[in-house]
Ligand binder design. Structure first.
Ligand code: NAD
Length: 252
């Protein structure tokens, strides 16, 4: 029997793949057999990541928030590496400050990167997946899509939007065998979490204390979940938001 978790012969695109969770998603997809193209804004970071991976990982410089670049990105990847089988909308930003101090520009910037860009890229990739009758699109959600977190109003709105978008796109595209799912990470040890938590020990304790497994997650935990959702093993799974959170969302 062939391995249902194998991604051999697949082409994957991981946005923000040069660091944190995106880096480990890339490593796990690559280890499962895929060729992976990572994107980001900083070319030196992408170059270093590609060098560290050694083979089967490539990069394209791209700012997901600049929607005028979206079609060009998909065309460039398709012509250089082949049709995209797996898209992981991982790039994201956060900002922590009291809601009353958040400006409209700041709010919009976060929605643009975390939500609008995920829609635009999914749409452009799906245009090519639908005629081929195959594809797996994975959104990266958050506990902020499950419950209210103070001082991150735009981030929470964006991830709640991702939860809804996942269901809407799954309803639209699954009949073409293009599956759309989300992974909702709990609190995962990355630069983004360290920035949000290091200066705020009370928040860190609160996050940990409501996590039944009693520990933070690792980026690899998200990468392995992405391999599953991208693979044939998940061929009848669409429209789900898979929590990878040590039980955080259901913790007391
Ligand atoms: P991170 O800051 O380490 O990585 C985010 C990546 O996105 C970086 O590579 C960054 O360069 C890239 N990025 C940001 N804006 C971009 C843009 N405009 N264009 C291209 N790339 C851009 O953070 P992370 O913790 O690895 O987060 C990855 C994803 O996981 C995000 O969507 C985040 O919301 C989500 N998430 C993280 C946690 C956590 O605990 N770390 C929890 C829930 C969800």
């Amino acid at each position: 029997m062939t391995n249902p978790f194998s991604l051999a012969g697949k082409i994957a695109l991981v946005t923000g793949g040069g660091s944190g969770i995106g880096y480990e998603i890339t490593r796990c997809l690559r280890d499962a057999g895929a060729k992976v193209v990572i994107t980001g804004r900083r070319e030196n970071m992408l170059q270093e990541a590609v060098k560290a991976f050694g083979e089967d990982v490539f990069y394209e410089v791209n700012d997901v928030a600049d929607l005028s670049q979206t079609t060009q990105l998909v065309d460039a990847i398709t012509s250089k590496y082949g049709e995209i089988d797996i898209l992981v909308n991982n790039a994201g930003i956060n900002m922590k400050k009291p809601a009353i101090e958040v400006t409209d520009i700041e709010f919009n910037n976060i929605i643009q990167t975390n939500l609008n860009a995920a829609f635009a890229l999914s749409r452009e990739v799906a245009k090519k997946m639908i005629p081929r009758k195959t594809g797996s699109i994975i959104m990266i959600s958050s506990m902020a899509g499950y419950y209210g977190i103070d001082r991150v109003p735009a981030y929470t709105a964006s991830k709640s939007g991702i939860e809804g978008l996942t269901k809407a796109l799954a309803s639209d595209w699954s009949k073409h065998n293009v599956r759309v799912n989300a992974i909702a990470p709990g609190f995962i040890e990355t630069p983004m979490m360290q920035t949000a938590m290091n200066s705020d020990p009370d928040r860190m304790d609160k996050a940990l204390n409501r996590t039944p497994m009693g520990k933070f997650g690792k980026p690899e935990d998200i990468g392995l979940a992405a391999v599953f959702l991208a693979s044939e093993a998940a061929s009848y799974i669409t429209g789900v938001s898979l929590r990878v959170d040590g039980g955080n969302a259901i913790g007391f």
